[in-house]
Design a protein around this ligand. Sequence first.
Ligand code: NAG
Ligand code: NAG
Ligand code: NAG
Ligand code: NAG
Ligand code: NAG
Ligand code: NAG
Ligand code: NAG
Ligand code: NAG
Ligand code: NAG
Ligand code: NAG
Length: 638
Amino acid sequence: MQGKNLFVAVIGILSFISQSNAIVSVENFFPFGITNGDSYLASGDDTSSPQQMLSTPFNFFNYSHTSLWVNVNGAISFVNPISTYTPKCAPVPRNFSMISPFWADVDTQAETPTPSNGISFRESTTSRDLLQAKNEVLYAFPDLHDINFTWSYIITWNNVTFYRDDPSRRIRNTFQAILTTNGQHSFAIFYYNVIQWTTGTASNGNANGLGGTPAQVGFDAGDGVNRAMLSVSCTNNVVNIGSMSNVGKPGVFVFQIDSVEIITPPPNITRPTQTPKPPSDPRSNAVGTECSSDVSKAWLDVVFVVDTSNAMSSRDLLELSGEIATFMKPFTFGQNGNHTTRAAIITYATNVNTKYNLTDVTTFSAFQSAIFKLHNYANPDDNGGNVQGGLQAALTLLETQKSFRKRAIILIAAAYDDVGFQGAYQTSKTIQDDGISILTISFAASDGILTQQLQNISSPGYAYTSDQDGLYISLPFALTQINCFCPPSSIQFKLYNSLWGNYTTYADCLYGFNGDTLPSIATLSCDPGVLISATTAQKLDFISDYLVPHDIKSKKYTIGLHRSDDGTWKWWGYNNTEYALGSYPSWGQNPSPDDSYSYEWQYSGFNIKLMPSGDVPLPYACQSRACDAGYICDLTQP
Ligand SMILES: *[C@@H]1O[C@H](CO)[C@@H](O)[C@H](O)[C@H]1NC(C)=O
Ligand SMILES: *[C@@H]1O[C@H](CO)[C@@H](O)[C@H](O)[C@H]1NC(C)=O
Ligand SMILES: *[C@@H]1O[C@H](CO)[C@@H](O)[C@H](O)[C@H]1NC(C)=O
Ligand SMILES: *[C@@H]1O[C@H](CO)[C@@H](O)[C@H](O)[C@H]1NC(C)=O
Ligand SMILES: *[C@@H]1O[C@H](CO)[C@@H](O)[C@H](O)[C@H]1NC(C)=O
Ligand SMILES: *[C@@H]1O[C@H](CO)[C@@H](O)[C@H](O)[C@H]1NC(C)=O
Ligand SMILES: *[C@@H]1O[C@H](CO)[C@@H](O)[C@H](O)[C@H]1NC(C)=O
Ligand SMILES: *[C@@H]1O[C@H](CO)[C@@H](O)[C@H](O)[C@H]1NC(C)=O
Ligand SMILES: *[C@@H]1O[C@H](CO)[C@@H](O)[C@H](O)[C@H]1NC(C)=O
Ligand SMILES: *[C@@H]1O[C@H](CO)[C@@H](O)[C@H](O)[C@H]1NC(C)=O
């Protein structure tokens, strides 16, 4: 016995105190929580999970275990549940065979587990988790060269506080322990995110959870002999564990734990520089797919309709030429090529003249020369403002010289003319019904009537004044958003900004089908799109308000959230891609292992729940990628 005591090891660690903020971010944890298949440990003080049977035996200190307990107090045990809240900090008796990622008096009795706090765990054999385990272990032990794990167990203490639990207390710890094995060799990985306390008040800790008997971190075979503890275990310095490591990555610890001796990674070796995990997919929490704002790739036919009555001096026209040339410069001008724009110029006073037409367009410089001729067209003796005629001429030009491009008219007016505006409102409606957008620029912003009348003619959100700040940025941007559109048989997702009175359009075209269809088949029927994603409340509201009454007409409909091959829940992205379920929505009912699909259920009024399901037929909602500056779509598709 005496000799064996030599195995009582103190594990040396490297610390990175200078990088005290360098911890493992929760995004780099193994995925956890209900949406990743975890079970929650019921709220409690000094409690434990029921005995968890393991599908693969787990070797620990040369003992093979077939079950384990997850204990609230930051420990995993193999022989008994452990309710002891003050860490022993000395060899423990039989029955305390345990792994302590952070054994201290965690208390969750006053908090219901949610995605933002609580203890959760799962046994996992998904390739995703096994691969992350392999990456960590091979980084720590490069000499293993290759090892394939068959089993893992992931336990997460998320945002937990100390005895006595106070839900309003902000002093919290978040850490994760992963056990993994290839059936023979087994390993433990500890990840520390936030560690702010070390001791419960019943272990002589103070009101901030420090002092007293601080947390124990390490391994004990429970045989009174074999144990290995970190050097900071049971010291006040354990609060800094998030900035320490035994592999050179702050907050990460890896151990081989199957044999009588706990093996720590070799310290002084060159480890490969790891390519950091890509940031989580921005699509997971995006409102919708953003429309491209790449002006240089826009494909538009734009007709300028310019007031050349006596309200515009030739000096005003020169100034206007400069403004137009400035905001049109970033576009790629041309007749040929998918991502090219054409622009025409029409002038109006009493009479209307086409000065430069869409088929005239060659390069930006040619257009610039044409626009700088505007001051030659000034009519100091003509007070007519034939807006109605100007709009009609623009429509005619866009119809007779039609191309595949999205169409817009930019009307610039300097005075209101009762006669000239007659019928203009009606014409503007006809034009907009044809899918052509109208932008207006009031060149005499102080003329209230003019500005108001132009607002009436413009497409919603597209009335400007020539003196407004940043017009040379907002106009090209607006044109790219106009270039983002959906085929007529679908509904474009857009949101009204009440603050500015304009819309944010998204590159998502929504459509749906009322017939009951298996989710496994609906996925194919959405072609060229995919089953819809509803990653935000705004998008779900839009779907409920516009798509459901229009196409789906059912209180239940299948959406794109599905169980992916790696076992996690994902949305479909365009182009056969997938992306993880983000922070929205949460389940109205927890998925069972048999569930692979999901549907929205408008169960009462405007109350909607996300429900898991098997392959059960329902109406379904789809979305396809809108056409925009970055994407030339197939307009013949739905
Ligand atoms: C490990 O366990 C095996 C089987 O129980 C035993 O034969 C072996 O001697 C043990 N090894 C050590 C170093 O105790
Ligand atoms: C160890 O646990 C077993 C099973 O729970 C129990 O029967 C036994 O009394 C315990 N031994 C000690 C020393 O606590
Ligand atoms: C941690 O849990 C507390 C109590 O439930 C909660 O108020 C807080 O927002 C949580 N913090 C985070 C970062 O989720
Ligand atoms: C681990 O899996 C990879 C990929 O399947 C395989 O190429 C390799 O041979 C495996 N290694 C071992 C040690 O089984
Ligand atoms: C590791 O390298 C450091 C610095 O070169 C040295 O001080 C330390 O003694 C080495 N440790 C071991 C275990 O070789
Ligand atoms: C307009 O287009 C026609 C061809 O459709 C062309 O002949 C004419 O020269 C163009 N230019 C003007 C200023 O009308
Ligand atoms: C727009 O103009 C038309 C025709 O003059 C008029 O009937 C309508 O009420 C106006 N709308 C607004 C919002 O001013
Ligand atoms: C809506 O108006 C705001 C404020 O003027 C502007 O920043 C934003 O770009 C506008 N959106 C569109 C799509 O034009
Ligand atoms: C799909 O991917 C191809 C190749 O990367 C790309 O050209 C195309 O625009 C993508 N389509 C969509 C809908 O994103
Ligand atoms: C233009 O876009 C269409 C549809 O995406 C494509 O088939 C065609 O090859 C493109 N033409 C050029 C010149 O890029």
